[in-house]
Write a protein that binds this ligand. Structure first.
Ligand SMILES: *Cc1c(COP(=O)(O)O)cnc(C)c1O
Length: 408
């Protein structure tokens, strides 16, 4: 636990530090050959993100292409089923392409354009990041190389098709287990060879500095909008806010709007999957220990050799063995409480929200909804604002096949 009192008024100036640290977490642990290209991205970001032209172009794109601002919906029937607590949802599912990921992908691609790059490259696991990035690349007329393990290519056929329709090159990675980890390695290797013409675009608040900061900043639009909208709707701030945490991008952006509001309790929800045994969940902040992976220092789940452990969640967007360094920091200083929700609670919330409100949530987002329901049952009064990070169209086949349709 860090004893230092954090001043949230100057938080975004102070964190991360100029070398990318949130307390002891973060940093930039990469090979010598990648240091110069990473510094180029950092310098470009610091210059460009303050330019009026960049800010107004991003603002226009968000409004005219992405469909921002996304609304807040009062979940009246769901709240009514539980009692006196009022539950609200910030509707990131209504973003173009159906999730919050486009918020940072459009920012990263716009940065690539301002840097004069011709191509963006990334890896993808379940394909959600690949689809969002392929969308951004199409919008800006950039080439797009997405590295993906052959195992994931087989599992995620609809997302592979989407990326190809959008004009991206899906590059199959066949070595090792041929899943996300190998795809990350392949994307980094390609980047170290091609960095003069391209930038690497990460999918969450992860990886070496400046990505955890940059992705948070691009996602902070969610928190800024949500705070204003909630105040306008109710005249007050929410008592509790909840978001799911995989790598942590939707949570980081959403939370950033409320960190300085002492009365707002903040909860980040990790997937407990099938249970507490290593390999059955992906709750790194609850069960992990400090370590370095994929270019940054954070809390991670490790196997007996100290390597990233196998992880599992019903939500493929949440099964990553670490979380962004800022979340590790916010946990240690006690500003955000991290808790867990398992698969069964998630699927229950998936159907409850669908049937009570006519909103089918992504299984990732359903973790946050399940926690909001739990909180509401426990508290008995007040308000809960949950970040609905995405829509569940991508999950319907999987849910029906594995869980069936529940009786009313
Ligand atoms: C990818 C994804 C997540 C998890 O990513 P974070 O970086 O933790 O936000 C959550 N919800 C949806 C809908 C996603 O697609």
């Amino acid at each position: 636990m860090e004893e230092k009192k954090i001043n949230f008024e100057s938080y975004f100036k102070d964190y991360p530090s100029t070398d990318g640290y949130f307390g002891k977490y973060g940093g930039c642990y990469i090979s010598e050959e990648l240091k110069a290209p990473m510094q180029e991205i950092t310098d470009a970001y610091f210059n460009i993100c303050k330019s009026r032209r960049f800010i107004s172009e991003l603002r226009r794109i968000r409004k005219e292409f992405q469909g921002r601002p996304t609304p807040i919906t009062h979940l009246e029937r769901l709240s009514g089923q539980i009692g006196n607590v009022q539950i609200y949802a910030k509707r990131e599912d209504l973003n173009h392409t159906g999730a919050h990921k486009l918020n940072h992908c459009m920012g990263e691609a716009l940065l690539a354009k301002y840097m004069g790059k011709k191509k963006i490259i990334a890896e993808t696991g379940a394909g959600q990041h690949g689809v969002a990035l392929a969308t951004a690349a199409a919008y800006f007329g950039l080439e797009c190389d997405i590295y993906m393990g052959s195992v994931d290519i087989k599992k995620q056929a609809p997302n592979v098709a989407r990326m190809k329709i959008l004009g991206a090159n899906v590059i199959e990675v066949t070595h090792g287990l041929a899943t996300l980890k190998e795809a990350v390695d392949a994307a980094f290797e390609a980047y170290s060879k091609e960095y003069k013409d391209c930038i690497y675009c990460i999918g969450s608040v992860l990886g070496p500095h400046p990505f955890p900061m940059m992705v948070r900043d691009f996602q902070s639009v969610v928190g800024i909008e949500a705070r204003e909208q909630f105040l306008e709707m109710t005249g007050e701030l929410p008592d509790h806010i909840v978001a799911c945490v995989g790598g942590g991008s939707n949570a980081a952006g959403f939370f950033s709007g409320f960190l300085k509001d002492e009365t707002v309790n903040i909860y980040g929800i990790e997937p407990l999957g099938r249970g507490e045994k290593l390999g059955d969940h992906a709750a790194s902040l609850k069960y992990g220990t400090e370590g370095i992976m994929h270019g940054f220092n954070s809390i991670m789940l490790k196997d007996e050799n100290g390597d990233p452990a196998p992880v599992y969640s019903v939500a493929s967007g949440l099964d990553y063995p670490s979380s962004g360094p800022e979340h590790a920091f916010l946990r240690d200083i006690g500003r955000v409480k991290y808790d867990v929700i398992n698969d069964d609670e998630t699927i229950d919330a998936f159907f409850r929200l669908s049937r009570a409100e006519g909103i089918i949530p992504a299984i990732e987002s359903a973790h946050a909804v399940a926690y909001a329901i739990k909180l509401a049952e426990k508290l008995g009064h007040g308000s809960v604002l949950v970040n609905l990070s995405g829509r569940g169209d991508k999950d319907m086949d999987y849910v029906i096949e594995n869980y069936g349709i529940p009786q009313k």
